[in-house]
Design a protein around this ligand. Structure first.
Ligand code: HEC
Length: 136
């Protein structure tokens, strides 16, 4: 049932708006659904990326590093010092429109899979970085 819920959320054409809130699904399911919908097309389902375009998320110093830096990259595109030099023309979109809960869920997910083992990211951490705004 959980799998079916997560899948139907993913099918809502790019918007998880109707899948968030308090209705059903653990944060883990939600993180997987957000990843599948918004990240896997570039970073691949297994987080291995695409060479010379999309960096791998497994073993990434950014993913496993400072939580606020990782959140600011996703929300505002503030470039982390740990991000390797850009390859080719590929750019990453920013995700300011994802809810705090979705950002926390997807980042917690990538920090705990693909061989990564970093502490979870909380909704409160995301809200604080968002409130502080883009860094210079
Ligand atoms: C359209 C393709 C695309 C999508 C979709 C995308 N990314 Fe990226 N991502 C990139 C590219 C390209 C880079 C490298 C950007 C650069 O070097 O300027 C990157 C870099 C990153 C990094 C930094 C990796 C490192 O080792 O420093 C993280 C973390 C990341 N992405 C997470 C995500 C997450 C989480 C999502 C989904 C919410 C996502 N990305 C969606 C293309 C994408």
């Amino acid at each position: 049932m959980r799998v079916i819920l997560a899948m139907s959320c993913g099918l809502l054409a790019g918007s998880l708006a109707g899948c968030g809130g308090d209705e059903g699904g653990s944060p883990q399911d939600r993180g997987s659904a957000v990843y599948a919908t918004h990240c896997a097309s570039c970073h691949q389902r297994d987080g291995s990326g695409v060479s010379n375009a999309y960096p791998p998320l497994g073993g990434s110093a950014t993913v496993n590093g400072d939580a606020d830096t990782l959140i600011a990259w996703l929300l505002f595109g503030t470039r982390p010092a740990t991000l390797p030099p850009r390859k080719g023309l590929a750019v990453m979109p920013q995700f300011p429109w994802l809810s705090d809960a979705d950002v926390a869920a997807v980042l917690t997910r990538v920090r705990s899979q693909f061989g990564n083992d970093a502490p979870p990211i909380t909704v409160e951490q995301v809200a604080a970085v968002r409130a502080a705004g883009p860094r210079p």
